[in-house]
Design a protein around this ligand. Structure first.
Ligand code: ITT
Length: 192
């Protein structure tokens, strides 16, 4: 089964390629010849995910999915949330986002946070949503250089290591993205 994955984030593509079973042919935007930066203007992960998949469905007419992910920090009232990608200034990248987060949290003892992923799947014109989350805590300073985004500052519950210290295989056992993908895959397998 061919499925276009509507993302420009290479790290997401790499993780999802490790998760998706044989029998699904994942097609990236690059492979589909689509060069587009899809805006994420909404207040919810669901609406932003939908914006991305609907945009690609309108362009191609083919089955596709997208996902919107963010880090929700309790002591920051759920920030950075839907603006996780652009929390600091755009040119400051992932480390700028992490620096801003750690600065805002300071020595606050409440470091509880979660990653949340919402997938929007468009199959034969119908849209379906799948959600996965991973609870954990924010470190005082970054640890490890694996993964991407907020991985070096996030330790999932049940682990001593940050996502930044884990291999992709290890991250998969805890991952919000893997949990949302499991639901998507089970849904597709049930239909086939
Ligand atoms: P697309 O919209 O093209 O899919 P994006 O990078 O803009 O790519 P999101 O808006 O979903 O994707 O992601 C928001 C940010 O959240 C992302 O740039 C990372 O900083 C962070 N993020 C997402 N998933 C993450 C993960 O598994 N681990 C660490 N940080 C993550």
């Amino acid at each position: 089964m061919d499925l276009i994955f509507a993302t420009n984030n290479i790290n997401k593509i790499n993780e999802i390629r490790q998760i998706i079973p044989a029998g699904f042919n994942l097609i990236t935007l690059h492979e589909a010849g689509i060069k587009i930066d899809i805006p994420e203007p909404h207040d919810t992960f669901q609406e932003n995910a939908s914006e991305k998949s609907q945009t690609i469905y309108k362009l191609t007419g083919k089955s596709c999915f997208s996902e919107d992910t963010g880090l929700e920090v309790d002591a920051l009232d759920g920030a950075p949330g839907v603006i996780s990608a652009r929390f600091a200034k755009e040119d400051e990248g992932y480390s700028g986002n992490n620096d801003k987060l750690l600065k805002l949290l300071g020595h606050n003892p409440n470091r509880h946070a979660r990653f949340r992923t919402v997938i929007s799947l468009i199959l034969e014109g119908e849209e379906y949503f799948f959600e996965g989350k991973c609870e954990g805590t924010i470190l005082m300073r970054p640890k490890g250089s694996n993964g991407f985004g907020y991985d070096p500052v996030f330790v999932p519950d049940g682990s001593e290591k940050s996502f930044g210290e884990m291999s992709m295989e290890e991250k998969k056992t805890f991952s919000h993205r893997r949990k949302a993908m499991d639901l998507l895959i089970a849904f597709l397998q049930k239909r086939s």
